[in-house]
Write a protein that binds this ligand. Structure first.
Ligand SMILES: Cc1cc2nc3c(=O)[nH]c(=O)nc-3n(C[C@H](O)[C@H](O)[C@H](O)COP(=O)(O)OP(=O)(O)OC[C@H]3O[C@@H](n4cnc5c(N)ncnc54)[C@H](O)[C@@H]3O)c2cc1C
Length: 401
C-alpha cells in the first residue's frame, strides 16, 4: 500500500491533520493503536482557538450540538479566597468560551468529518512498530494489525503518536527533557444538580486540586510530587479521602465512590521537546514533538495548532508529490516559538507556583498578581487569551493546494 501521507496516532493532532490533508485532496491514512477513542487518559478541553478552526471548517454549529459544557471564566480558590483568574468572554473568536467535551466525542466528530473525503482512511488497532528507511529517507511504516504485520509506504510519515512516540524514538530524533516534578491523580466523583458548574481549581494547604464538570460527574485531578503516589498509598485510602474532604467539604458524602486505589489513576507528567522535529520523509507534531504538562490545559490546543500549520504548509507539496525537507523545516520554524513560550510558562509555573504549593510553602494569602486580577477585571483577559488562543494562532487555509 502507498499513500501520500501516513499519520501515526489518532489523537487531536493526528485526527485534525488527517482531516485537513484529506480535505485538500491528499491521500492520508491515520493509524491508531487502540480499538476506540474511549480512554480516560485525555484532557477534555476544546479551546476557543480550536472552536475557531471548527468555524473555519464550517462545522462549528454541528459540533456544538454535541453534549458539552461551556466555561466562560476560570475560577479557583487560592489561600482560602475565591478568585476569577481568566475571562474568555472578550476573546476575538466566535466562541467566547472553552468547551468541555469528552475527548472521545471530539475525536469521533473529527473522524466522521474526515470520512466524508474519499482520500481519508482511519485504521483502528493499527500500531506502528517501526519505520522503513531507504537511502537515509523514511519511506513508510511497519504496523501490527489484528490480521498480522503490514507495511505501509508513504511520501511522508507524520508522528502524532503522543508523549511516548515510537516514531520519534525509531527516527532517532534528539529529545531535550525540560523536567516535570509533578504527576497527576485522575479520578471521578458524581456531580449533583446543585453543585457549582464550570472548572474549579484549589491551591491551598499544600494541595492542588482541579474539578472539571463532565455533566453527571466531576473529573478530578489531584496534583502530587513526582513519585509521591506510593507514599500516598502507604498512608491509606481513608487518609486520602480525608485530604479531599478538607479541600472541598461538600464532596465528603460522595468520597466513598473512591472504593480503592484502582479508582485513582496515576498520570505521569512529562515536559520535553525535540531539537529537530523532522528528517527526510518524516515529521513529528503535537506531544510527539513536544510533550506538554497539563498546566494551563493547553496541550490539546498546541497539538491542533501544529496540525493546522502542518496542513497549511504541506498540503501543496504533498499533492504535487514534492514534499522536501525544507517544507518540513518550515513547519518546525512556524511552531517552535509558540511551543517554547508555552513550555517556558509551564516550567516557570512548576518552579514558582506548583512546587512551593505542594511543599506547603505556597501562598498564605492571595498573591499580589491575583489581587490585581480581582481589582482590575480587565486583566483577566490576559490569562484567558494565553489559555484560549495561545501565541501565533493558526487559521485553516482555504486555498486549493
Ligand atoms: C494528566 C494530564 C492531563 C492533561 N490535561 C489536559 C487538558 O485538560 N487540556 C489540554 O489541552 N491538555 C491536557 N494535557 C496535555 C494533552 O493531553 C496533550 O498535550 C495532547 O493530548 C497531545 O495531543 P496529541 O494528539 O499530540 O497526542 P495524544 O493525545 O497523546 O495522542 C496520541 C495518539 O497516538 C496513539 N498512539 C500511540 N502510540 C501509537 C503507535 N505506536 N501506533 C499507533 N498509534 C499510537 C495513542 O493511542 C493516541 O491516541 C494533559 C496531559 C496530562 C499528562
Amino acid at each position: 500500500m502507498h499513500v501520500q501521507c501516513v499519520v501515526a496516532g489518532g489523537g487531536p493532532a493526528g485526527m485534525m491533520l488527517g482531516l485537513l490533508l484529506a480535505r485538500a485532496g491528499v491521500s492520508v491514512v491515520v493509524l491508531e493503536k487502540h480499538a476506540d477513542f474511549l480512554r480516560d487518559f485525555r484532557g477534555d478541553t476544546i479551546h476557543p482557538s480550536t472552536l475557531e478552526v471548527m468555524y473555519e471548517l464550517g462545522v462549528l454549529d454541528e459540533f456544538l450540538k454535541r453534549p458539552h459544557q461551556e466555561v466562560r471564566q476560570l475560577t479557583g480558590r487560592v489561600a482560602g479566597e475565591r478568585v476569577t483568574i481568566g475571562d474568555f468572554t472578550h476573546l476575538p473568536t466566535h466562541c467566547k468560551f472553552l468547551a468541555l467535551m469528552p475527548q472521545w466525542d471530539f475525536l469521533d466528530f473529527l473522524a466522521e468529518k474526515a470520512r466524508a473525503f474519499k482520500t481519508f482512511e482511519l485504521r483502528m488497532e493499527h500500531e506502528i512498530s517501526g519505520l522503513i528507511e531507504e537511502g537515509g529517507r523514511i519511506v513508510g511504516v511497519r504496523v501490527k494489525t489484528p490480521t498480522g504485520p503490514q507495511e505501509i509506504r508513504a511520501d511522508l510519515v507524520v508522528g502524532a503518536d503522543g508523549r511516548q512516540s515510537v516514531v520519534r524514538a525509531q527516527a532517532g530524533l534528539v529529545v531535550d527533557n525540560l523536567g516535570a516534578p509533578i504527576d497527576v491523580l485522575w479520578m471521578r466523583l458524581s456531580r449533583r444538580a446543585d453543585d457549582p458548574g464550570q472548572v474549579f481549581g484549589y491551591v491551598e494547604g499544600g494541595h492542588i486540586f482541579v474539578m472539571f464538570d463532565r455533566g453527571d460527574y466531576w473529573q478530578c485531578a489531584f496534583v502530587i510530587q513526582k513519585g509521591g503516589f506510593d507514599d500516598l498509598k502507604r498512608r491509606g485510602m481513608d487518609a486520602f479521602r480525608e485530604t479531599l474532604a478538607s479541600i472541598e467539604p461538600t464532596l465528603r458524602d460522595r468520597l466513598g465512590e473512591l472504593g480503592d486505589w484502582s479508582d485513582v489513576k496515576l498520570l505521569t507528567v512529562l515536559v520535553d521537546r525535540l531539537r529537530r522535529w523532522h528528517r527526510p520523509g518524516l515529521l513529528c507534531i503535537g506531544d510527539a514533538a513536544h510533550a506538554m504538562s497539563p498546566i494551563g490545559g493547553v496541550g490539546i490546543n498546541l497539538a491542533i495548532q501544529d496540525a493546522v500549520a502542518a496542513a497549511n504548509i504541506l498540503a501543496g507539496p504533498l499533492a504535487r508529490g514534492a514534499c522536501s525537507d525544507a517544507d518540513l523545516a518550515r513547519v518546525q520554524e512556524r511552531r517552535d516559538w509558540p511551543t517554547r513560550v508555552v513550555q517556558r510558562v509551564q516550567v516557570l509555573a512548576q518552579e514558582r507556583v506548583i512546587g512551593p504549593a505542594l511543599s506547603g510553602k505556597g501562598p498564605q494569602q492571595l498573591p499580589f498578581a491575583l489581587k490585581l486580577l480581582r481589582w482590575f477585571p480587565m486583566l483577566r483577559r490576559i490569562p484567558a487569551r494565553l489559555v484560549g488562543i495561545g501565541v501565533r494562532p493558526e487559521h485553516v487555509s482555504h486555498q486549493s493546494p
